[in-house]
Design a protein around this ligand. Structure first.
Ligand SMILES: [Zn+2]
Ligand SMILES: [Zn+2]
Length: 402
């Protein structure tokens, strides 16, 4: 079958890192260790359901891999070469008896590969439904890797076929199109931190970054009924427009610290060096960028005992002044993929909740999937995903059937 495979090599990884430092929005097609090639299809277990991929999103984590921006600490959590793609909408091609699925059914694929996918008894995290925090992503019957799409055996959605454990599949209702369902991964990644750090209605919240994750954090908050004051920070005007459509109260375009403070109703305290301080800012700060600048603005923009949540996938960031962390007793939290959350006192599997919300006609998903390309055109697809400013891209997807 035809598949887009990533072949890890240290020199190319470092070249990717250098390239993206020189030209951050450029996709170095000749440098990237990506090959569209014929590969044998071998499901890792006879228990898994065989799927025909219909649509697969390009994730920020795919871009980070190509940019050489992944943390060195995460190297043990992947196995190569891997077929890329973990944001998958598919149809069942072959279902083993007892799987509960029939050929032809459309499904979204929860890409996690925790204990249950590895033939292991559940670890402590898995027992509590937090499969995203599984302690056995490097153990058991499968090669290391927490997700389909970063895994040498499990395959990925940027291919004609893939396979997945039956319990990872979420059946799609008829009214939910492939184009909507492919937003499931990004919405679930946003829902998890939103459920874990749901603001009070009287709170002021910053959503820093207006790419797909920021847009989904905003929509998740509104769809779940939050009337907190939501201040969105965007980089490009088309992102700002989408943020207004998604229900942001205030949208700022690359604001100065003083402008950010004004929007939050904080007091601006000038400093001789360092850009000034803020007093009495936001209650919550969802960092959907994960850079030195976003972490710095986060700790400065929060009021005492405010919560910073790293939703993006930052690795190393440059030097950040953390004095507000102790001076204002802030809480710094992270958020990784999705597992289970509590909604109205009920535990819910986050990925399933995301599919359910996307199926609501009222969910404001228009403008989020901006591009789809045939799998063969992966080069322009990655170019569009890399250069958001030029292509006005939010989510870019590949269609392996075309
Ligand atoms: Zn993703
Ligand atoms: Zn586990």
């Amino acid at each position: 079958m035809l598949a887009l495979r990533y072949h890890y090599s240290v020199p190319r990884y470092l070249l990717g890192r250098l390239g993206s430092w020189l030209r951050p929005r450029h996709f170095f097609r000749r440098l990237a260790p990506l090959r569209l090639e014929e590969v044998p299809f071998r499901p890792p277990s006879p228990r898994w359901v065989i799927l025909k991929s219909r649509l697969c999103g390009i994730c920020g984590s795919d871009l980070n891999l190509l940019k050489g921006a992944e943390s060195y600490l995460l190297e043990p959590y992947a196995s190569f070469p891997c077929i890329l793609g973990h944001e998958v909408v598919a149809e069942v091609a072959e279902a083993p008896p007892g799987s509960g699925f029939r050929p032809g059914e459309r499904v979204a694929v929860n890409p996690l590969l925790p204990c249950r996918a590895r033939g292991l008894p559940p670890c402590e995290a898995c027992r509590e439904g937090q499969e995203n925090l599984c302690e056995n992503f490097t153990q058991g019957d499968l090669a290391p890797g927490p997700l389909l799409g970063f895994h040498r055996q499990a395959g990925g959605g940027m291919a004609e076929y893939l396979a997945a454990p039956p319990e990872s599949l979420v059946r799609l209702p008829e009214e939910l199109s492939d184009e909507a369902a492919v937003l499931g991964d990004s919405l679930a990644s946003a829902l998890q931190p939103v459920l874990d750090h749901f603001p009070a209605d009287s709170d002021t919240v910053v959503i820093y970054g207006a790419g797909i994750i920021g847009q989904q954090v905003l929509r998740a908050l509104r769809t779940l009924g939050s009337s907190a004051r939501l201040v969105m920070v965007a980089r490009h005007p088309f992102q700002a427009e989408l943020a207004r459509a998604g229900g942001a109260d205030i949208v700022l375009l690359s604001p100065s610290r003083r402008e950010l403070g004004e929007a939050l109703g904080a007091r601006y305290l000038p400093t001789t060096l360092g850009g000034g301080n803020l007093e009495g800012g936001a209650h919550r700060f969802f960092d959907c960028v994960g850079s030195r600048a976003s972490l710095q603005e986060g700790v400065v923009a929060l009021r005492a005992r405010g919560t910073y949540v790293l939703v993006g996938t930052a690795g190393r960031v440059g030097p950040v002044d953390l004095s507000s962390l102790w001076f204002r007793e802030l809480r710094l939290c992270g958020s990784a993929m999705y597992g289970q959350g509590i909604l109205r006192a009920q535990p819910r599997r986050t990925y399933e909740l995301a599919v359910e919300l996307l199926a609501r006609p009222s969910y404001p998903r228009s403008g989020l999937l901006t591009h789809t390309f045939p799998l063969r055109d992966y080069v322009p697809a990655f170019e569009a995903a890399f250069d958001k400013r030029r292509h006005h891209s939010v989510k870019v997807a590949l269609d392996p059937r075309r």
